[in-house]
Design a protein around this ligand. Sequence first.
Ligand code: ATP
Ligand code: MG
Length: 250
Amino acid sequence: MLEIKHVSKSFFGFLALDDVSMRVEKGSFHALVGPNGAGKTTLFNVVVGRYPPDGGEVRLEERRTSGLATYRVVRMGLGISFQRSQAFLSMSVLENVMLAVLAHQGRSRALMRSFSAESEAKTTAYELIGWVGLADKTETPTAALPLGDLKRVDIAMALAGKPKLLLLDEPLAGLSRSERVSMVNFIEGLLRGLGITLLFTEHDTDAVLRLADRITVLHQGRVLAEGGPDEIKNDARVIEAFLGEEYAEG
Ligand SMILES: Nc1ncnc2c1ncn2[C@@H]1O[C@H](COP(=O)(O)OP(=O)(O)OP(=O)(O)O)[C@@H](O)[C@H]1O
Ligand SMILES: [Mg+2]
């Protein structure tokens, strides 16, 4: 689904990504983990076309995406939900999701004039809102939502583009313990059901080990290890650099 080949990126001489290569298989849930500053968000920004890489390339289903503008990468099948919500806080859940639907149809300007485009977008928006479990909050201003629900709005907005691959940067950050459990179950149920491939970053190791089929560990801009959850939690280098002893078995 996604191939990252020898990607490097530096900021003012600081090498944030150093020859990073990884593959995300179709249908998998792939976690990108590592300590603060490891380069996870930078790699996401390269994948979504916010940062051009200094070297290397990214391909989504064989088609090169690196160097393209974000809106073009999104059109090729990439959905994005980053830590900072993209929702307009003064607008309701329904308005935000509708706007995302119209934007993905390239019709946001038609919002004011075309009744049929608007009613079609509304139907789709209601469906997306149902998927993310917010059917009883369609009219709520997003500013009034708890963080867990706000993240669901962002995911609904990302799904409006019918992505094949969804990128989530720290979907559990800032959530309470109970919200985390429900978010993990929600992500699992929704995305597996839709058959969407997931690439995500997360500091909550328990959640990573629960969700991920495959884990890539980044450390100081380099790939330190890659494998299934059992391999990774017992990898001596990963334990030393990142996990700590409590996750190792035996
Ligand atoms: N736009 C930028 N300009 C300068 N330096 C940057 C920029 N973006 C990231 N960096 C630097 O690159 C390194 C990697 O940052 P990045 O945000 O990718 O880490 P991360 O793995 O996402 O960390 P966290 O777990 O804290 O989110 C850090 O040292 C950071 O300061
Ligand atoms: Mg980050």
